[in-house]
Design a protein around this ligand. Structure first.
Ligand SMILES: [Zn+2]
Length: 229
């Protein structure tokens, strides 16, 4: 990374928007390292570090991990990325910040390190489309094969192609459950998006198009910001 530290990008989007897929596709093409906080939690808890033990204490109680710990975990990872990938421009941060307090804490941490967030990509997908994508999942009760009502339907409704078992819908995947999860997401991220709009960093990408088209749109929007000297 350059002498003035990393040039990082944050990627945001609701469940079902294809955020993780897109992050993995675009990061290498932009000279960024994909850093997903979901993976980080799993890695750090599997490690025997002090931070890992501290985070596990919250997990084991089913409690929310405090923002401060999550931020510390992220910053330690960014330091490690710098060591491991000296030629990378920065990180593509996926999964953080999730609320306004986290966004403000991230700003402060970046300023202290003389690093910067140069763009925040938000993959936007209409709520109805997300509902359709997320609430169509079906699982075979016998062999665990998965289907989708619209995108990958079984040959015979309700019956597994592989084993003839009965298909069911997990309670997390019902339209009501999906609707609830999306409502929470929008409520928490609205202030974060506003925060980054005011900072001039927000880039909205239409996520309601084929995967390749979304990838190209993200690359076209990010290149000038990430590659700028
Ligand atoms: Zn089956």
């Amino acid at each position: 990374m350059g002498v003035d530290g990393g040039r990082h990008v944050v990627i945001m989007g609701p469940q079902g928007a294809g955020k993780g897929t897109q992050a993995a596709l675009v990061a290498p093409r932009l000279g960024l390292i994909h850093v997903a906080t979901g993976d980080l939690f799993r890695q750090v808890m599997a490690s025997d570090s002090e931070l890992g033990r501290e985070i596990r204490r919250y997990y084991d109680r089913g409690a929310l991990v405090p923002d401060e710990l999550t931020l510390r975990m992220l910053m330690e990872r960014l330091d490690a990325v710098k060591q491991e990938h000296p030629d990378a421009r920065g990180a593509l941060i996926d999964g953080f910040p999730r609320n306004q307090a986290q966004a403000e804490a991230l700003d402060r941490a970046m300023a202290e390190r003389n690093e910067r967030i140069v763009a925040v990509v938000h993959i936007a997908v209409p709520r109805e489309v997300l509902l359709e994508r997320l609430s169509g999942r079906l699982i075979c009760a016998t062999c665990g094969a998965t289907y989708h009502r619209l995108f990958n339907p079984p040959k015979q409704a309700g019956v597994c192609d592989v084993c003839g078992g009965q298909l069911y819908q997990r309670s997390d995947d019902t339209p009501e459950a999906v609707e609830r999860r999306l409502a929470i997401y929008y409520e928490q991220t609205e202030p974060v998006l506003r925060h980054y709009t005011e900072a001039g960093l927000r880039i909205d990408i239409d996520g309601n198009q084929p995967i390749e088209a979304v990838t190209e749109a993200i690359l076209a929007a990010l290149r000038p910001r990430v590659e700028a000297a």
